[in-house]
Each structure stands twice: as structure tokens, then as C-alpha cells.
Design a binder for this molecule. Structure first.
Ligand code: C2E
Ligand code: MG
Ligand code: MG
Length: 575
């Protein structure tokens, strides 16, 4: 007999009956039962919230409930607690019903002595424990402790219902270990088992609380991710799984490398019913195996191709930096009134050995996302400054070289210092360098932006707002920054002659910029009409295909030659 006391919740509205039970128990085994009384089911539920009981004995005739529903109400609060029902009369049918509902036993009032009741209580507690054990065995994988196939199905069904209701996404991963059989065959099943346990531990570490990691058998695992708003977390987790599995597993002093193949579906995006979800994830997993293993594949083909293009581009972009596949093109900027060359914008071009020239509009955003923008900008700045310095050394008249600064970089520590250092290294006077920055970059953190701009400006670097008009475009706001030039975005210039709104915007920007003493340049000028409209409205400078396309340095030299030779010609004429 166990020496510990049993905390018993007795739900009985008749004080005579409850006193009798207490006395019977006390007489049989004094001090063993700590009986707490409740007179109603609601009172009992309240007690259950505040205390833990080992067992509940309940009457089925209570002031606030008088049927077997009492059992379900108790189970709803705690499904693990053993329940013994006490009834006024012997009723075999009722006894069967309550046991089927999950109660452990049935006592008839006035029958049996304390010892019998004590035994009934003890057995009920034992039986419930066994059941808990059984249900664990039925729901969990004994090797890894992960959910097993049964619980996996249950959780998946529940997750899908929840997703429908909450309009969120569910993602299912099917994970198979590549060449697991080799481990079993060469190192034995014990080693294989150990490996599976380690894999299970790593998978658990990759997932969030609330995700279900299961082992369906063999080396087949699944992950259910719930409550997703988009697929970002799915990709993140898939990457994490690949990453976490990279490190070798140490089994019996052997270092073992195993890689996973992962198939992924997303519900309801993949427009399938619950039954198909697993099949789809499984077929995606086979795609992953076919694609060379150690990777993940989405069931939806367009997810894969999107990802593939991105991944390819990213890998290639990294390589491009190492292999120096970039070149700079230079586009001239002219004084609109006397046609004099005043500067050039450096525009990056990526010459991919296979695909040829790739537009910066395509790879700059990716470079920003992946952090590759920092080395790229360093390269552009260095190249552009060195080139400009070179031209001056060759005797051409000095111009200003403009470099685009990515908004992402504007938040970078020490950016002003790094830029200035590069200029010094190139042996160039800072006034021959211009930075083109978009408005968005500045307004994100106004104070910090101001600090950086002031630092650059006091050193003599020229500051321009690129793509002006597409962002916040608050001139009064921009007045706070130490700026030199506004660059009217080419989208306004494009339809200048056809769209009266654009024409109005352009002339308004010019007028306001002038009153605030900003220099104004229009970009994307392609026709003589556009050029004369801009000149007539007082725009200072112009850049566009009409006056000069972006060209490699060797070709740009012709603009420098013209600029340098023109005054000489004049000198010759007057001399
Ligand atoms: P952006 O700074 O506004 O550059 C102007 C873009 O307009 C350039 O495209 C240029 O080739 C193009 N363009 C110039 N004149 C005309 C014209 O008359 N008509 C038309 N239709 N287009 C014209 P690009 O070189 O493809 O560059 C696109 C964008 O990529 C740039 O816009 C800039 O935001 C970014 N970018 C280019 N090079 C760099 C760089 O070195 N660093 C950074 N961070 N971004 C860069
Ligand atoms: Mg620009
Ligand atoms: Mg622009």
C-alpha cells in the first residue's frame, strides 16, 4: 500500500452521503485520503482550477447537473484525472455507459465497506496511469519521443481546420534522410537508431514552439508549421534544417554526415485538400532527391522556379564579385543652357559570361537584400574615383563623377568616413565627387541622415536626390538637409509632352527647387522637345539618351575631349 496521501475531490450535494464516505475511508486506512468537498459541478470545476487532485469521486445527481454530462465536464478540465462515479442505485447499463465515457469505476451508495472503496480508488488511479502510458505509446515514437504517425495525422487535421478558420497558412515538410540505409548497413542498427535520435533533436531545434515534428517511421520525418502569414518562415525553416544537418553527427566515435531531402507544401496555397497535402509534400520530397539531394523542393513548381532563379542569381552575384565581372558605364550630364559637360553618372553593368549584360535594376535589389551591396558599392566608388582621377591626370578638364548610393547603405556605420577615405585614396578632390541618394533613404531616420549628409557636405562632396518626385517629395522637408541637387525622376520626363499633369509637376518642381536654391537636373531626356521644355522652364542640367547614353570609359573620353578642346578652339579664334 502506498504511503502517500491521496487527494480526493468528492462532488456530492448530500452531506450525509459525503460524511459517510469520508468515515468509511478513514476507518479503513486512517489518514490516507485527503478529501476536499464540492457540492456542485461548478464548485468542483473551480476547485480543479486551483488544486491538483489524484482522483475525483462524483455523484451524478447534483443541484446544477444530473446526468453523465458531468463526466465530460470534468474531463474537459483535466482529461488525465481518474473518475469514480457514485450512484444511488445499482444500474448495469449506467455503469457501462460511464466507463465507456472514460470514467474508471462505479460505486453504489451503501454497498461495500471502506476497504473495498479504498481498493476501488487505488485501482482507478492505477488504471488511469496505465491508460496515460498507453496513449503516450499510441501517440509518440518510442525511439525519438517525437509525435508518431497517429498523432501527426491528428495534428495535421487540426492544423488545417485552424487554418481555414483563422485564414492562416499551414506548411508541411516531408523529410527523408539521404543514404540513411548506408549507416544502418555499415555501422549497425544501434548506430542507426542513435543517429535518428540525434536527427530528431536537431529537427526540434529548427522549429518553433507550436510546430509539430513527427517521425512516421524509418528515416522519414515531418514538420507541421501552423499560423503562418506568408511563406518567409517556411523558407527560413527549410534553410535552417539544411544548415543544422550540415554538422557531422558523432555516433560511436564515428563522424557521420547525413543530408536531408525535403519536400514542402503550403496549405491552402497549393489548393489541395488535406488528404492530398501529404502526398504532395511526399512527391516534392522525391523531386528534392532527384535534384541531387540535400535540398528542399516545393510542391508548387512556380515556387521552385522563383526560388531557383533567385538562388542562381545570388550564387552568381557572389561569384561576379570575386571574378570581377562588373564594369562601369558613364553617362554625361550637361548644362542645359550652354551645353557644357559638367559631370558623369557612374552606372554599374554586370557582364555575365553566359548571359551577357545584366541590368542593375535586376541585381541591385538582390544585392541589397543579401548584403552584397556593400562590396559592390565599394567597388563602384573606387573604380569611379580612380577613373575620374585618371582623366584629370591625363589633362582633361575636371568633371564631377556621380555614384549611386543604395538606401540600405545609408544606414551603415561609418559610411561617410568610408566614402571619404576612398576619395582620398584615389587622389581626388572631394568636390569632384557626387553622391546620388533617394529620398526614402533620408527620411527613414532624419536625424542620422542629417548627421551623415553634413559630414559629407562639409568635406566638399556634392549631394543629389535621385528619382525626385517618386518618394515623399516634401520640399520643405528636404530643405532641412544640406543638399545640392534635385534630380527629377525620368518617369515625369518621359510623358512630359503628352501628359499635362507631368508637365505641371516638372515645372512646379523646378520653380520650387529654384526658390529653395537647389540645383535641378532632369534625367531620362530622350527628345529635343523635352529638352527645350525643360530649358524654357529653367531647369539647369540634363541627362538622358538625347544628350548621351551610358558608355564605357573609353567611349566617354570623347565627351571629355570635346569639353577640353572647346575653350582652346575659342582661344584660337580670339587669338
Ligand atoms: P538611376 O540612378 O536613376 O539611373 C538612371 C537610369 O536611367 C540608368 O539605368 C540609365 O541607364 C537610365 N537612363 C539614362 N538616360 C535615359 C533615357 O534617356 N531614357 C531611359 N529610358 N533611360 C535612361 P540603369 O543604368 O539601368 O540603372 C538603373 C538603376 O540601377 C539606377 O537608377 C540606380 O538606381 C541603380 N544603379 C545603377 N548603378 C548603380 C550603382 O553603381 N550602385 C547602386 N547602388 N545602384 C545603381
Ligand atoms: Mg542615379
Ligand atoms: Mg534616377
Amino acid at each position: 500500500m502506498s504511503p502517500r496521501t491521496i487527494k480526493l475531490l468528492l462532488i456530492e450535494d448530500n452531506p450525509v452521503d459525503s460524511r459517510l464516505l469520508k468515515e468509511l475511508l478513514y476507518d479503513a486506512v486512517p489518514g490516507k485520503h485527503n478529501v476536499v468537498m464540492a457540492y456542485t459541478i461548478n464548485g468542483a470545476i473551480e476547485l480543479m482550477h486551483d488544486h491538483e487532485f489524484d482522483i475525483i469521486v462524483t455523484d451524478l445527481n447534483l443541484p446544477d447537473a444530473n446526468d453523465v454530462g458531468i463526466i465530460s465536464r470534468i474531463q474537459a478540465i483535466n482529461s488525465n484525472i481518474p473518475i469514480v462515479v457514485m450512484s444511488g442505485q445499482a444500474d448495469a447499463e449506467l455503469a457501462l455507459e460511464i466507463v465507456q465515457m472514460g470514467a474508471q469505476d462505479y460505486l453504489v451508495k451503501g454497498q461495500g465497506d471502506g476497504h473495498l472503496i479504498n481498493r476501488v480508488l487505488d485501482y482507478s488511479i492505477e488504471r488511469k496511469n496505465d491508460l496515460k502510458q498507453l496513449s503516450y505509446l499510441a501517440n509518440y515514437d518510442s525511439l525519438t519521443g517525437l509525435a508518431n504517425r497517429l498523432l501527426f495525422r491528428e495534428r495535421l487535421d487540426r492544423a488545417l481546420i485552424h487554418a481555414d478558420r483563422s485564414k492562416t497558412l499551414v506548411s508541411l515538410f516531408v523529410i527523408d534522410l539521404d543514404r540513411f540505409k548506408n549507416v544502418n548497413d555499415t555501422l549497425g542498427h544501434d548506430a542507426g537508431d542513435q543517429l535518428l535520435v540525434e536527427v530528431a533533436n536537431r529537427l526540434k531545434k529548427c522549429t518553433r514552439e507550436g510546430d509539430t515534428v513527427s517521425r512516421l517511421g524509418g528515416d522519414e520525418f515531418t514538420i507541421i508549421m501552423e499560423d503562418l502569414k506568408n511563406t518567409d518562415d517556411v523558407i527560413l525553416t527549410a534553410d535552417k534544417v539544411l544548415d543544422f544537418m550540415k554538422k557531422p553527427f558523432e555516433i560511436n566515435a564515428h563522424e557521420i554526415f547525413v543530408t536531408p531531402s525535403i519536400g514542402i507544401t503550403v496549405y491552402p496555397m497549393d489548393e489541395v485538400n488535406a488528404g492530398n497535402l501529404f502526398i504532395n509534400a511526399d512527391s516534392a520530397m522525391y523531386q528534392a532527391k532527384k535534384s541531387g539531394r540535400n535540398c528542399y523542393r516545393f510542391y508548387k513548381e512556380d515556387m521552385n522556379s522563383h526560388l531557383k532563379v533567385r538562388m542562381n542569381l545570388e550564387t552568381k552575384l557572389r561569384r561576379a564579385i570575386e571574378r570581377d565581372e562588373f564594369v562601369l558605364y558613364y553617362q554625361p550630364k550637361f548644362n542645359i543652357h550652354n551645353n557644357e559637360l559638367i559631370g558623369a553618372e557612374a552606372l554599374i553593368r554586370w557582364i555575365d559570361p553566359e548571359e551577357g549584360m545584366i541590368s542593375p535594376a535586376l541585381f541591385i535589389p538582390l544585392a541589397e537584400e543579401t548584403g552584397l551591396i556593400a562590396p559592390i558599392t565599394d567597388w563602384v566608388l573606387k573604380k569611379a574615383c580612380n577613373q575620374n582621377s585618371e582623366w584629370q591626370k591625363q589633362g582633361y578638364e575636371a568633371i564631377r563623377i556621380a555614384v549611386n548610393l543604395s538606401p540600405k547603405q545609408f544606414n551603415q556605420e561609418n559610411i561617410a568616413h568610408r566614402i571619404f577615405n576612398q576619395i582620398i585614396c584615389s587622389d581626388l578632390a572631394p568636390k569632384y565627387v557626387e553622391l546620388e541618394i533617394t529620398e526614402g533613404a533620408l527620411v527613414e531616420d532624419v536625424e542620422k541622415s542629417n548627421e551623415i549628409l553634413n559630414e559629407l557636405k562639409t568635406r566638399g562632396i556634392h549631394i543629389s536626390i535621385d528619382d525626385f518626385g517618386t518618394g515623399y517629395s516634401s520640399l520643405s522637408y528636404l530643405k532641412k538637409f544640406p543638399l545640392d541637387t534635385l534630380k527629377i525622376d525620368q518617369s515625369f520626363v518621359r510623358d512630359l509632352m503628352e501628359d499635362s499633369d507631368d508637365a505641371a509637376i516638372v515645372s512646379a518642381i523646378i520653380a520650387m527647387a529654384k526658390s529653395l536654391r537647389f540645383n535641378v537636373i532632369a534625367e531620362g531626356v530622350e527628345t529635343a522637345e523635352q529638352l527645350s521644355y525643360l530649358a524654357a522652364h529653367g531647369c539647369h542640367e540634363v541627362q538622358g539618351y538625347f544628350t548621351g547614353r551610358p558608355v564605357p570609359a573609353e567611349e566617354f573620353v570623347q565627351f571629355l575631349v570635346e569639353k577640353t578642346e572647346q575653350p582652346k578652339l575659342k582661344l584660337v579664334q580670339s587669338g
